[in-house]
Design a protein around this ligand. Structure first.
Ligand code: ADP
Length: 485
């Protein structure tokens, strides 16, 4: 793959800026591709929240310019030599990126998001050109970068005539739906504002336009690729996705095994491997119980949850099942999350209602998230839909058995427990109902107490699963190869 040049464009890259799994993928996938020999450079916006000093960002280009609508937008480009994964370039443009929040602030989504991200797409392409980096493929991620396939197909700039696009859909729930006021600025011709491209019910739908014009479309698990071609899972985009089905594939995400590895994790209390997991998990559980003011009970099964407080994550199922579970079973629950305000009030209030049994931390906290993966016995992920999901993979390599709804990547990455043989790596349920989650928590609790040998088999099997980026990166390379001619 040495000869393939890829420009990877993303609105968030860990550790610089992160709101969810997109940032993890945008950090780890380029790293794995580079290890596989791909010549790859990444570009992201320089939000004011990015710590320039810590990451050693240096300005490498001043007074760069792109034309948007009728105006010229002048911006700068930053770069860091510090080796956090791959080569990342940052677009500094204060009008759009010097503010609190990445996509929204406390008062809601930024109204100028289509302006911000169409500019970012143009600037990312221009940066490649200004650096003399002529990519074979521009790998785009989600709606924020879905203008690029269109810009390439418009063919305005001969520099990119040989460049193809891959658009990865990380979550079809976020499509970039706006009124049509940004069309001129974003340089979308009126002829392309139609139902087969950027238009949806009279509004601009950026992801839809990206799907129409991308050379290849991927999403982050095979099951999710099937789900988004059906009317329930597609958020209205099933027709256009079905029309592109020969170019659509599902490639499961990997996890960054440098960061999520119980043998080297510095954020947890005790490091462990599959060989000594019992002692390691015991020490981490003790610490986790202390962190969350739970009673120090080594033999009480502990369920963990980490995630955005968004309806997608099955919060309605959680709220309906957790209280029933702690009232009727011997178990403890810890919750880490932030987002929806009602959910913050509800989950944040549970520890006062169930002192010593339910713990909660409202906010974003890396250390607590690693501790929950390491110290819990089971990990809850009752998502209504889940394109891939990372936490269920993290939890398996930490020997924490996931309890998941069988959807999208959760279905692809968790093997159902078989009570007859002890096979499997977790517990899956199908119905979207609190009762189904409650029953499955009960199944996990009974397995914990009654089938210790099966627990041991499953924990070992889960910890030994290969969720690294090696195989997914190979699949992406294969895809790039089909475009590189
Ligand atoms: P999504 O991208 O839909 O948010 P994923 O499971 O793919 O879901 O990825 C979520 C990522 O964000 C994981 O790395 C998870 O640990 C992290 N995360 C989510 N909420 C929090 C939180 N409150 N504190 C720490 N990490 C969090």
């Amino acid at each position: 793959m040495k000869d393939v040049k890829v420009l990877f464009v993303s609105s968030e890259i860990e550790p610089y800026a992160k709101t969810g799994g997109l940032a993890d993928v945008s950090s780890a996938l380029p790293k794995a591709l580079a290890a596989g020999g791909v010549n790859i450079k990444s570009v992201m916006p320089l939000y004011s929240s990015v710590n320039r000093e810590k990451f050693g960002l240096k300005k490498i280009m001043d007074s760069a310019c792109v034309h948007m609508g009728n105006c010229e937008e002048w911006y700068s480009v930053y770069h860091t030599d510090k080796p956090y994964g791959t080569d990342v370039y940052f677009i500094e443009f204060n009008k759009y990126f010097d503010r609190n929040g990445i996509y929204h602030d406390a008062s809601g989504e930024f109204a100028d998001n289509p302006f911000r991200f169409s500019f970012f797409c143009r600037a990312a392409m221009q940066t490649a050109k200004d650096m003399g980096f002529q990519p074979d493929v521009i790998h785009c991620n989600d709606w924020q970068t879905a203008f690029i396939p269109y810009y390439l197909k418009c063919g305005e700039d001969g520099y990119f005539w040989g460049t193809r696009s891959v658009l990865t859909i990380h979550n079809i729930g976020y499509q970039g739906n706006f009124d049509a006021g940004a069309l001129e600025y974003a340089k979308i011709y009126l002829a392309d504002f139609n139902a087969g491209a950027f238009e949806s019910f009279g509004r601009l739908n950026v992801l839809k336009g990206g799907i129409a014009f991308a050379d290849k479309i991927t999403t982050v698990s095979p099951t999710y690729a099937g789900e988004i071609m059906g009317p329930i899972g597609s958020g209205g985009l099933h027709d256009i996705l079905r029309a592109r089905k020969n170019d659509l594939s599902g490639i499961i995400n990997g996890i960054d095994t440098d960061v999520w590895n119980p043998q080297k994790d510095n954020l947890i209390e005790a490091r462990y491997s599959v060989k000594n997991y019992a002692a390691g998990k015991k020490a981490n559980k003790k610490k986790l119980q202390k962190m969350f003011d739970l009673s120090d009970s080594p033999n009480v099964p502990l369920f963990g949850f980490v995630g955005r407080f968004a309806a997608q994550k099955g919060l309605g199922l959680l709220s309906g099942a957790i209280e029933r579970a702690v009232n009727s079973m011997v178990c403890q629950v810890v919750i880490l999350g932030s987002g929806d305000e009602d959910a913050q009030w509800y989950f944040g209030g549970l520890p006062a209602k169930y002192p010593g049994t339910v713990g909660a931390y409202i906010g974003y906290d890396e250390t607590r998230s690693h501790m929950i993966e390491a110290g819990s016995d089971f990990f809850l992920m009752p998502s209504l839909y889940e394109p891939c999901g990372l936490n269920q993979m993290y939890s398996q390599v930490y020997g924490t058995l996931p309890v998941v709804r069988a959807t999208g990547g959760l279905d692809d990455t968790v093997e159902q427990y078989d009570e007859a043989t002890g096979a499997g790596t977790g517990f899956k349920f199908y119905d979207i109902s609190p009762g189904a989650l409650y029953d499955t928590m009960g199944w996990a609790v009974s397995t914990y107490f009654d089938r210790e040998r099966h627990m041991d088999l499953m924990i070992k099997r889960a910890m030994e699963k290969d969720f690294s980026w090696k195989k997914p990166a190979e699949s992406y390379m294969e895809l790039y190869r089909t475009l590189h001619y």
